[in-house]
Design a protein around this ligand. Structure first.
Ligand code: HEM
Length: 312
């Protein structure tokens, strides 16, 4: 008797632990809005073909959404969260999501959440730039507020230990962290985020640093916003060149190069540099995990009519 109730208690705990992600399902809109996924995909494909960087910007929006209070589209609300220092003047792609939402609303009124649109758009962006695909669990709902506290986002001057702490707080392990950092195989960063690395660090390829210094002079202030590709080798292709760059000390951000600097993460970096397939598979797995961070489900939150504001 005692052991039977012990087993049922264990079962209950196990069920409770999987309950959140179990509420998300890849078939969530199959009957309520069967054309939702195609509509999102064509919106993303069009946006990325007119501006390759947009794929990177949409992927980053999803990351910044999920790490701050869960994947609840809070980052899309005008105000607090968008204006926090980690985001202001740095996040792009809001109008692309707004346009896709308008198209989705036209076919299915108040059915598909902005949080799901953003999650699917991140996947479709990776695919549009030549990266792997994966199945996206759906059924997230949208927050009714946004916070100004973006403290859970890792900073570009982080150590490996700080990065590990930030990711483990979101139940993402070290391999997930190294794989997700591979998102920096696309997109761009502003000089203010890598200037210190160019002038103060020694684990940087000399010719690489010299070429970047031209557009990122000292002191701080001048050229703060000038851009450089995060992956200097294939800036617009979603491939594993991010990791081969790290092997030759051509990581752009401090937080990139720390992953290959006599750290516990060195072997994972070597593995992803030598196997595009290993990277693709780990990235897809980690993206699904990231997309499952604290979603609002069921009757929580709302389905926004417009992604940039809560329903009135
Ligand atoms: C590991 C910790 C991370 C740090 C410290 C970090 C930091 C940064 C910084 C500083 C930038 C440049 C922003 C600017 O200069 O305006 C950037 C860009 C970017 N990040 Fe990360 N990031 C991290 C992880 C991630 C993850 C997990 C993803 C997605 C899965 C991601 C996707 C991107 C993309 C795609 C860009 C380029 C965006 C664009 O070109 O518009 N990052 N990141």
């Amino acid at each position: 008797m005692a052991s039977a109730s012990c087993i049922s208690l264990l079962l209950l705990v196990a069920l409770a632990a999987t309950a959140v992600s179990a509420q998300l399902s890849p078939t969530f809109y199959d009957t309520s809005c069967p054309r939702a996924l195609d509509t999102i995909k064509s919106g993303v494909t069009a946006a990325v073909s007119s501006n390759r960087r947009m794929g990177a910007s949409l992927l980053r929006l999803h990351f910044h959404d999920c790490f701050v209070n869960g994947c609840d589209a809070s980052v899309l609300l005008s105000g607090n969260e968008q204006d926090a220092p980690a985001n202001k003047g740095s996040l792009l792609g809001f109008s692309v999501i707004d346009n896709i939402k308008t198209q989705v609303e036209a076919i299915c009124k108040q059915t598909v959440s902005c949080a799901d649109i953003l999650t699917v758009a991140a996947r479709d962006s990776v695919v549009a730039l030549g990266g792997p695909s994966w199945t996206v669990p759906l059924g997230r709902r949208d927050s009714t507020s946004a916070t100004g506290d973006t403290g859970d986002l890792p900073a570009p001057d982080s150590s490996v230990a700080q990065l590990q702490a930030a990711f483990s707080k979101k139940n993402l392990n070290t391999v997930d962290m190294v794989a997700l950092s591979g998102a920096h195989t696309i997109g761009q960063a502003q000089c203010l985020n890598f200037r210190d690395r160019l002038y103060n660090e020694t684990n940087i390829d000399t010719a690489f640093a010299t070429s970047l210094k031209a557009n990122c002079p000292r002191p701080a202030g001048s050229g703060d916003g000038s851009l450089a590709p995060l992956d200097t080798t294939t800036p617009n292709a979603f491939d594993n060149a991010y990791y081969t760059n790290l092997l030759s000390q051509k990581g752009l951000l401090h937080s990139d190069q720390v992953l290959f600097n006599n750290a516990a993460t060195d072997n994972t970096v070597r593995n992803f540099a030598s196997s595009a397939a290993a990277f693709s598979s780990a990235f897809a797995t980690a993206m699904v995990k990231m997309g499952n961070i604290q979603p609002l489900t069921g009757t929580q939150g709302q389905i926004r009519l417009s992604c940039s504001k809560v329903n009135s």
